[in-house]
Design a binder for this molecule. Structure first.
Ligand SMILES: [Zn+2]
Ligand SMILES: [Zn+2]
Length: 82
C-alpha cells in the first residue's frame, strides 16, 4: 500500500490525502507541487527518481486504509538540489 505522507519534505506544507498538490517518487518521498516543480525540477532529492502526482485515495478507503501521519521533513535535501 502506498504511504500517503502528511507533508512536504522540503517546506513542511500540509498535504492531506485529498490534496491535488502532492507529488511523490517511487519510494514515496513526498513533496508539494511548488517544491517538486520549482526547486527540485521534477526530481527527488533523496533518490534521484522522478516526481509524479500522487493519486488520491477514495475517502471511503481512507477509513480502512488511513493515510500516514508520520511527518518526514528534510529541508537540507532540498537545498542541495537547487
Ligand atoms: Zn513544499
Ligand atoms: Zn525519492
Amino acid at each position: 500500500m502506498l504511504q500517503l505522507r502528511p507533508n512536504c519534505e522540503c517546506c513542511n506544507k500540509d498535504l492531506p490525502p485529498e490534496s491535488e498538490e502532492a507529488m511523490m517518487c517511487s519510494f514515496e518521498c513526498t513533496f508539494c507541487r511548488s517544491c517538486a516543480t520549482g526547486v527540485l525540477a521534477g526530481k527527488c532529492p533523496n533518490c534521484g527518481g522522478e516526481l509524479v502526482s500522487r493519486p488520491r485515495r477514495p475517502a471511503g478507503k481512507l477509513l480502512k486504509y488511513p493515510a500516514s501521519t508520520e511527518r518526514v521533513y528534510k529541508p537540507q535535501g532540498c537545498k542541495t538540489a537547487a
